[in-house]
Design a protein around this ligand. Structure first.
Ligand code: PRT
Ligand code: MG
Length: 209
């Protein structure tokens, strides 16, 4: 049996659409209730519905052979899985945002609030900028408004959340999309997994990332 870990929540619907187009029986999604494990018995497949960072964990440990997860999660939790395909769903980006009076070009040491300390650190380091990262669990947008930090690094999709909180986008950091990841030992062991990846590739139409 091949196990595929899926990220529940925001990217779930688009993920299921791609899997269904690739010929997997995803009919269980219509009436999934509180279940978190599902089967396509005819094709000997098992699906796990878990939180995004846990997709990477299940794949790393070989419990899942394949996984679907946002590249935001992969940047923040690098691990020993293989990135196989860009699924081109869950599209958004990382950006630096702040109150309108923020000056990204002044050369003082900046304080940056974020849920993504690795991405923020790497970005400012790549620009040779001196920053202090303040790790926040959520509602990061209020940090510059109430004076906790100079700016934030966060995911932006439509930009509505920034606008609603009186923030302005200053710098784009990197595009984010959902990726298909694989356990490397599984791929070596079971050639059927490459066949499944090929079916997904035919749907999303891209080469390896
Ligand atoms: O939110 P929760 O704690 O339940 O879970 P999660 O954040 O782990 O998962 P979920 O379902 O929110 O997101 C799953 C994946 O969707 C992420 O890992 C991203 O790869 C992708 N994705 C795509 C997004 C967005 N778009 C997005 N807009 N993830 C989060 N957001 C949030 C962002 O954090 C910000 O608060 O939406 C807000 C900004 O949206 P706009 O449209 O106002 O700019
Ligand atoms: Mg979220």
């Amino acid at each position: 049996m091949i196990t595929i870990a899926l990220t529940k929540g925001r990217i779930e619907k688009d993920t299921v659409k791609i899997l269904a187009e690739a010929g997997f029986d995803m009919s269980f999604m219509a009436d999934k209730g509180r279940n978190l494990i599902f089967f396509d018995k005819a094709q000997d497949l098992r699906f796990l519905l878990v939180k995004a960072p846990d997709v990477a964990t299940y794949v790393e440990h070989g419990i899942a052979d394949l996984g679907v997860v946002g590249s935001d999660v992969l940047y923040e939790h690098p691990g020993s899985y293989l990135e196989m395909l860009d699924l081109n769903i869950g599209l958004c980006k990382f950006a630096v945002a702040s109150i309108p009076s923020y000056d990204p070009l002044d050369h003082k040491r900046k304080k940056i609030a974020t849920k993504y300390p690795n991405i923020a650190t790497d970005y400012f380091r790549s620009k040779d900028e001196d920053v202090e990262i303040v790790s926040i669990q959520g509602s990061v947008e209020i940090a510059p408004v109430i004076g906790l930090t100079d700016a934030i690094v966060d995911i932006v999709e439509t930009g509505n959340t920034l606008v609603a909180n009186g923030l302005v986008e200053f710098e784009d950091i990197i595009r984010v999309s959902s990726r298909l990841i694989a356990n490397s030992a599984s791929i070596k062991k079971n050639p059927e997994i490459m066949t499944l990846i090929g079916r997904l590739e035919a749907v999303v139409g891209n080469e390896e990332v």
